[in-house]
Design a protein around this ligand. Structure first.
Ligand code: NI
Length: 175
């Protein structure tokens, strides 16, 4: 399997509704492995959706708080009323960050990497990553959820690499 190129803003697969996966066959298992390999090779990567590697299918990988999860055809089936605002970035919009409101808790249903049904109840940072990745499957990017574009800000790569604690916190959620 392989690390794939992450496509960036302007690439058409980032803006289409990705198609449901009907059968978890060898080609889908290979796609999932490529998502894992690509995410793990990316510093600060917290999540990756298939459209971000140019494949318009509904599959995501998350890597949040030390836990990796693969979900095929993920769907949010329950969500908290409470929302929290937090800083986000996106591997497909390099260098840009901004505050996004997300549900504090979500329950996600879908299929695991071998095609078995699964349900994940999650909260806080991981819930945020799930919501960001599922948005990718619908052609939605985090910047679409920031009404006041003046709140978007750019972080230069040298700052991203700094040891400053605040900067590290700001660049944690690259998804
Ligand atoms: Ni993203």
């Amino acid at each position: 399997m392989a690390r794939r190129e992450i496509v960036t803003l302007g690439h058409p697969t980032l803006r289409v509704k990705a198609k449901k996966i009907h059968r978890v066959d060898e080609s889908i298992k290979a796609l999932v492995q490529d998502l894992i390999d690509t995410l793990e090779a990316t510093p600060n990567g917290a999540g990756l959706a298939a459209p971000q590697i140019g494949v318009p299918l509904r599959a995501i990988v998350t890597l949040a708080d030390g836990t990796r999860r693969v979900v095929i055809n993920p769907e949010i089936v329950e969500e908290s009323e409470e929302e929290v605002e937090g800083e986000e970035g996106c591997l497909s919009i390099p260098g840009w960050y901004g505050p996004v409101w997300r549900k504090q808790k979500v329950t996600v249903r879908g299929l695991g990497p071998s095609g078995k049904p699964l349900k994940v109840k999650t909260e806080d940072f991981e819930a945020r990553v799930f919501q960001h990745e599922i948005d990718h499957l619908d052609g939605v990017l985090f910047v679409d959820r920031i009404e006041d574009r003046s709140r978007l800000h750019r972080v230069e790569p040298e700052e991203e690499a700094s040891d400053d604690e605040d900067e590290v916190a700001d660049t944690e959620a690259l998804a």
